[in-house]
Design a protein around this ligand. Structure first.
Ligand code: PLP
Length: 426
């Protein structure tokens, strides 16, 4: 099929009528398909069920150093769990705090502490300043943006390129404006683009001049080990890069096993320089007597180490790959070469990011919803829910079955074609 931009009005009208008829047939089927959030499917969750037996009545509840995980204490996590996350995040164990079950909570709390008390090196708590701004490479993760909105942090959109945020823009903004205190980054298999930052981007982030002495990179490495192909991306370790650039305190790293073991019942961790962590531990010791160490021990015992995590993630990939393949091959068949949509082909993560013609995303998401396909709200991948080009749609293929997914993507493609044809006719 030709590029639709080259078609004349009659041809486009013909295509539009044809697709509208197909759409009506789907609508009459009254389907209910949900692709709105990146949730693991039940088969993925089954992979970790053995973990629930790893700290049972027949096992010792004690860590290697004799700590009883059933009791209070161990503010920043058990040593074995620090070791595991240190390997995953490519940092040292003393640069890790292992927390509860949610890395998002740790990110929220890191911002809350910064607002109330500042971070290491702050002249004043961020909340006392007349303005606090964050750079938000977009499209990005809606819940990062929601945290900024909650705390009244002004968000500045930075364009995502094929290898990470537009670093010329980042360097300029961060170098000039003292009220820019941070940047959100999902550096590996980014949500939603599936992009992994290049070494050059990591190095530039680590060494750029920041006007704010207490500038922080919020490095949300949620998809560190979540490949879906046999040629995974490689991410340069940022804490090392920051140290090498003479900015050891610049970065806060976050991760969790939410999409390795159980979503909502995994283990989360943050990492930063020892100096940063010493400051954070002081506040943490007021907030809690310690995290759920039983869950940490369960995870360590079940996975054994990084090799165990890698083998486990291969099993996830075996479930996820056919889903990614289904989406990508349908997008290619239905939308390829038509010039009305573009998308990425990630090597991992949880999402495929689809761009329609400008001004079509809201209409597509609304039409899909009418036909029973729930997608992430259009605009959600941008700060304040405002996609300036109204074109980005996040596809989350993990939860539906393969056959549900196929139907959902067919419907989505018909909606993209209808909105695209209408746009070209307008
Ligand atoms: N960070 C990113 C980029 C995510 O996509 C998600 C979940 O979708 C999370 C964090 C949530 O992490 P957690 O379950 O550890 O709070």
């Amino acid at each position: 099929m030709n590029d639709w931009k080259t078609l004349d009005t009659d041809e486009l009208n013909g295509l539009l009528q044809d697709r509208q008829a197909i759409y009506e047939r789907y609508r009459n089927r009254r389907l209910r398909l949900d692709m709105s959030r990146g949730k693991p499917c039940p088969e993925q969750l089954e992979l970790s069920m053995g973990m629930l037996d790893a700290v049972g009545s027949a096992h010792s509840p004690k860590t290697a150093d004799g700590t009883d995980t059933r009791n209070y204490g161990g503010l920043d996590g058990i040593p074995e769990a620090k070791e595991l996350f240190a390997q995953m995040l490519e940092v040292q164990p003393d640069e890790v705090i292992v927390g509860g079950s949610s890395s998002l909570t740790m990110m929220h709390d890191a911002i809350a502490r910064a607002m109330l008390q500042g971070v290491l090196g702050s002249a004043a708590p961020w909340g006392k300043l007349s303005a606090v701004k964050f750079l938000c490479p977009s499209p990005g993760y809606d819940r990062h943006f929601a945290i900024c909105e909650l705390f009244g942090i002004e968000m500045i959109v930075v364009e995502m390129k094929h290898d990470g945020p537009d670093m010329d823009a980042v360097e300029k903004l961060v170098g000039e404006d003292e009220s820019i205190k941070g940047i959100w980054c999902v550096p590996k298999y980014s949500n939603p683009d599936g992009i992994t930052y290049s070494d050059e981007v990591v190095d530039r982030l680590a060494r750029m001049q920041a006007k704010a002495a207490d500038f922080r990179i919020f490095w949300d490495n949620a998809y560190a080990v979540h490949h879906v192909t046999d040629h995974p991306d490689r991410l340069k370790p940022i804490l090392e890069a920051c140290k090498a650039a003479g900015n050891p305190d610049r970065v806060f790293l976050f991760s969790s096993t939410s999409k390795i073991s159980f979503s909502g019942a995994g283990v989360a961790a943050m990492s930063a320089s020892v100096a940063n962590l010493n400051q954070i531990r002081k506040a943490l010791s007021v907030q809690t007597i310690g995290p759920d160490k039983i869950n940490q021990l369960r995870h360590v015992r079940f996975f054994g180490g990084m090799d165990g995590i890698k083998a486990h993630m291969d099993k996830h990939a075996a479930i996820m790959k056919p889903k990614f393949d289904t989406v990508l091959s349908l997008l290619e068949t239905e939308l390829g070469d038509k010039g009305i949509a573009s998308w990425n082909k990630p090597n991992g993560g949880y999402f495929i990011s689809l761009n329609t013609l400008d001004g079509c995303a809201k209409e597509v998401v609304a039409m899909a919803a009418e036909a029973g396909v729930t997608l992430t709200k259009a605009g959600a991948t941008y700060p304040y829910g405002r996609d300036p080009r109204d074109r980005n749609i996040r596809i989350a293929p993990s939860y539906p079955t393969l056959s549900e997914l196929g139907t959902a993507i067919e419907i989505l493609c018909v909606c993209v074609q209808i909105a695209g044809a209408k746009k070209l006719l307008s």
